[in-house]
Design a protein around this ligand. Structure first.
Ligand SMILES: Cc1ncc(COP(=O)(O)O)c(C=O)c1O
Length: 386
């Protein structure tokens, strides 16, 4: 049996895969089983921050692989401690918890928020407000937090204690903030539902309300984090100070690592035995993340912004494009055609693009070469215009 047949036979049908077997690659280029080359504007959904098999990242991971691959979290390891220091120093958060994925990072955020509130105010203050059209992951708590009715079928009963507010409507959110609310959880750019940034004025008001009422502000930076939007974390360009930030995806550049960053209020909320993970903060993944985070400097972030602007300027007035949204290298494109059909046509022409609801979505490697980006955008424009 060939790879696709094997996969279809033995792997649960949870993904509608495109007819493409990724075999190898370098940077923003990826090859399929026939040796055909593609320009990757998806980065494995914002995961391969510096593209495929980036030399420095590969070296860092390989070096750690020859030292120790795993020891339980009952012991100390160097990459984990160094990464934690790096993240705290660059974000002004106080402590971190490492898991393996975005959903897990959000699980930890939810548990932490509820414990903070139950320690201080008792058990009944446990409601978390999230936004309609948000996406926070596929585990039961993260799915309960996700504000999409279409995802709240089949798997009930869901976790109690989540309320959903329409994005960018402060009055509606404020109206939900009764005495039972312990946290508000936001994606600053709603990724999966169409790459829609929240209004800054709205976010400012929400942050002020949270601070005033000791409601924790959780920012889900699973997709927006780690340089993707042109700042190390998107909250930095919104000028707010969240109490908890969750991240994953691009953090370790292609290895599974989730992180929940804890601000001053909650730095000591989780105590020994209240949370944990076998693999979380694994030394190999942490070594990969150190290699990524240490290279997300001002020069790279400037590049991310410039390339984002370039994509927007190319596409905004292109035939067939209705609108372009997003921040940095996290871009949504609304067109007159079916996004999935367009993505398939791009793939046939050698460009990998993603979709988000009815839009096309671009999440290229942060360091994609300008000539590769230019070539891919020309192909994309051609496909949209057809
Ligand atoms: C904003 C956001 N939160 C959480 C998740 C879930 O992350 P993971 O798939 O790593 O569990 C995603 C994944 O797309 C996401 O975009």
């Amino acid at each position: 049996m060939d790879i696709k047949q094997l996969d279809n036979t033995y792997i649960a049908n949870t993904y509608s895969r495109a007819s493409f077997v990724a075999m190898s690659g370098k940077g923003a280029l990826v090859r399929d089983e026939d040796g055909k080359e593609y320009i990757d504007l998806g980065s494995g959904i914002a995961v391969n921050s510096f593209g495929i098999c980036d030399d420095e990242w590969t070296h860092a991971v390989e070096e750690q692989l020859h030292k120790i691959q795993h020891i339980s979290n009952l012991y100390y390891t160097e990459p984990q401690a160094r990464l934690a220091q790096m993240l705290c120093e660059r974000t002004d958060m106080k402590k971190v918890f490492f898991g393996n994925s975005g959903a897990e990072a959000n699980e930890c955020a939810i548990k932490c928020a509820r414990k903070y509130s139950s320690d201080k105010y008792g058990a009944r203050r446990s409601t978390i407000i999230t936004l309609i059209d948000s996406f926070h992951g596929r585990t039961m708590a993260a799915l309960s937090a996700t504000g999409q009715e279409s995802m709240h079928v089949h798997f009930g009963p869901f976790l109690e204690g989540f309320k959903y507010a329409p994005a960018n409507n402060f009055a509606a959110l404020e109206a939900l903030c009764d005495g039972t609310v312990c946290a508000v959880m936001l994606e600053l750019v709603q990724g999966e539902s169409g790459v829609n940034p929240l209004d800054k004025a709205y976010v400012d008001k929400v942050a002020a309300l949270c601070a005033e009422r000791d409601i924790l502000l959780i920012v889900d930076e699973v997709q927006t984090g780690n340089g993707r939007t042109g700042s190390l974390y998107a909250y930095m360009q919104y000028g707010i100070k969240p109490d908890i930030v969750s991240t994953a995806k691009g953090l370790a550049g292609g290895l599974p690592l989730g992180c929940t960053m804890l601000g001053e209020k909650v730095e000591n909320t989780l105590s020994a035995g209240t949370h944990g993970s076998t693999f979380g903060g694994n030394p190999i993944c942490a070594a990969g993340a150190i290699s990524i985070i240490s290279r997300i400097d001002d020069a790279l972030l400037e590049e991310v912004k410039k390339k984002g602007e370039y994509i927007k300027s190319e596409l905004e007035k292109a035939p067939g494009v209705i609108s372009v949204t997003g921040l940095g290298l996290m871009i949504g494109i609304e067109t007159e055609k079916n996004a999935k059909d367009l993505a398939l046509q791009c793939l046939q022409k050698g460009v990998i693009v993603l979709t988000a609801k009815s839009k096309l979505r671009l999440l290229p490697p942060l360091n994609i070469k300008q000539e590769e980006l230019k070539k891919a955008i020309q192909i994309l424009k051609g496909v949209i215009a057809q």
